[in-house]
Design a protein around this ligand. Structure first.
Ligand code: 5GP
Ligand code: ZN
Length: 117
């Protein structure tokens, strides 16, 4: 079972921000911003590429509620999902990083943006 499924089951502790029947939001263990929270579906979905539209339709207002709960809905935030190997996805369970609490730098470019593919 993947690490985030273990978190959903309560087998690994987490610092929960918000939760409903379908989704869970909890603080990232290694924050890279003053606010860094992960938002996941409770059912195992590997990544964004394999999620269905119905799940995303329900996830959107949940993410917006998380932003409100964190007090960053007005000040702004960044929402990221790393998809697959080139995207740098380490945990193979769909998750959105919501980052905020201060001005963020943009540092997610490829190390060689002019490399031909
Ligand atoms: P990815 O690189 O897959 O997009 O992001 C995985 C994220 O999960 C990383 O930011 C990492 O710090 C976080 N993470 C990994 N294991 C745990 C854990 O056991 N608990 C929490 N709260 N975060 C975790
Ligand atoms: Zn999982």
């Amino acid at each position: 079972m993947c690490i985030f499924c273990q978190i959903v089951k309560g087998e690994i502790p987490n610092n929960t921000v918000h939760e409903n029947e379908d989704f869970l939001a909890f603080h990232d263990i290694h924050p890279t911003a003053p606010i860094h929270v992960l938002i996941i579906p409770k059912v195992h979905v590997e990544n964004f590429q394999s999620v269905d539209a119905q799940t995303m339709a329900k996830m959107t207002p949940f993410i917006q509620d998380v932003a409100e709960k964190l007090g960053i809905d007005q000040t702004g935030y960044r929402l990221i999902t790393n998809n697959g190997s080139d995207g740098g996805q380490e945990v193979p369970h769909l998750h959105f990083h919501i980052l905020g609490g201060g001005k963020l730098v943009w540092n997610h470019q490829h190390e060689d943006p002019h490399k031909s593919i």
